[in-house]
Design a protein around this ligand. Structure first.
Ligand SMILES: O=C(O)CCC(=O)C(=O)O
Ligand SMILES: [Fe+2]
Length: 225
């Protein structure tokens, strides 16, 4: 028998079920389009937030933004040059947006991490990364305890930009330019519940204008910070 020391990096029936449930729900929503990427489950929906909601969220981000952090140690300064902040979960707009993401995906609210806001000015970027946790990382045991792997990511663009700033999925050979109010939802796992390396993505450097997004990462179990 092989001992499974840590299941975050392999196929898992529980994570496969999460993938299947969300996929089925998104597939039957006529407002949602699946992006044609054979190696990745990714969906988009325009006008998920109104102009006013986007403006109010941008103001919250401007009020709270700090230089972004990474889980991993090291070259933070160059890797993720944006500013970001966790948005107050008690704020009525933040609550409404989180609820709407849960209604869209069917994912339980208590699996979702705090909604995080992020702002990129010209030249800022978030280099290629996966949202799931590498099980070899020193922080994995803590993440495993606090809800396990990140299954789906939901990200909403709060502004358009003049140039650059696309979300690029290099293994899938497509990128999405920011459209104000549009949500992207993708599965960081494969259908069998193992991490999908093809979910690798980057925020390309903004070349003109300012880019604002909010992101919610969903854990496979209840999130306990
Ligand atoms: O800003 C983007 O386009 C991507 C952001 C991102 O990768 C994340 O928040 O995990
Ligand atoms: Fe990401």
């Amino acid at each position: 028998m092989t001992a499974v020391i840590d299941d975050g990096g392999v196929a898992s029936a529980a994570r496969a079920r999460i993938g299947q449930t969300v996929r089925a729900r998104l597939d039957r929503n006529p407002m949602v389009s699946r992006i044609n990427a054979p190696l990745l489950e990714i969906y988009g929906r325009r006008d998920f937030l109104s102009e006013a909601e986007c403006a109010d969220l941008r103001a919250l981000i401007d009020a709270g933004a700090q230089p972004s952090t990474l889980f991993s140690d090291g070259a933070n300064a160059e890797y993720r040059t944006s500013h970001s902040c966790n948005l107050d979960p008690a704020n009525p707009l933040v609550m409404a947006v989180s609820d709407r993401i849960c209604a869209l995906t069917g994912l339980p609210a208590d699996h979702g991490e705090t909604l995080q806001g992020q702002r990129y000015v010209a030249g800022q970027e978030y280099k290629a990364h996966c949202d799931y946790f590498p099980v070899t990382a020193n922080y994995w045991p803590a993440m495993r305890k606090s809800g396990g792997q990140r299954s789906w990511t939901a990200m909403i663009y709060l502004s358009a930009v003049d140039a650059g700033g696309e979300t690029h999925f290099p293994h899938c050979e497509f990128m999405v330019p920011p459209v104000e109010g549009m949500i992207l939802v993708w599965n960081n796992m494969n259908p069998d519940g193992a991490p999908n390396p093809n979910s690798l993505h980057a925020a390309k450097p903004v070349e003109g204008g300012m880019k604002y997004v909010v992101t919610k990462w969903f854990r496979e179990r209840r999130w306990g910070a």
